[in-house]
Design a protein around this ligand. Structure first.
Ligand code: HEC
Length: 128
């Protein structure tokens, strides 16, 4: 790198060291930026995959995230159609001015992916 800068200056005596160096500097920087962005992207993807894997089955998610408010065997939800259960979760998720327990449920379901909501709904649907 240093050698190259020197020889450039030697071939073109008029060009100053300062003119050519910022250009090289910024090119080096953007190449590094791409590498950093790629590395950060891989970390993010890895984290997202790990989060989904550790969330567990519909049963595990229900027991961990929902049963505290809805009980382990919620009469109003068990056996209901999956679509109706997902629609109910979506309704709470999208409430515009939820307070109290509804607001806490809202925070819970906002952290779930559509697939996770469906897994929980399937568990409730199959509950006897
Ligand atoms: C902090 C207590 C709390 C938690 C945790 C909670 N809920 Fe709820 N849930 C509520 C309350 C309160 C309502 C009624 C909300 C309303 O209509 O304003 C409700 C309503 C619902 C409904 C019916 C919505 C409708 O319109 O039919 C479903 C389905 C539901 N919850 C599923 C879940 C699932 C699944 C989880 C776990 C991911 C969960 N809830 C976690 C308190 C909670």
């Amino acid at each position: 790198m240093l050698k190259k800068t020197k020889s450039l200056a030697a071939v073109r005596p008029g060009s100053s060291f300062k003119q050519s160096n910022p250009l090289e500097g910024s090119m080096t920087f953007s190449a590094n930026s791409v590498k950093i962005l790629l590395a950060a992207g891989l970390v993010l993807v890895g984290t997202a995959v790990a989060a989904q894997e550790s969330a567990g089955t519909g049963q595990e998610m229900y027991n961990k995230l929902c049963s505290g408010c809805h009980s382990a065997s919620p009469a109003a939800m068990k056996g209901k159609p999956v679509d109706a259960l997902v629609a109910g979760m979506e309704r709470v998720k999208n409430l515009s001015n939820a307070t109290g327990a509804a607001a806490r449920m809202q925070q819970t379901v906002q952290g779930l992916t559509p697939a996770q909501m469906k897994d929980i709904a399937t568990y409730l649907n199959q509950m006897k």
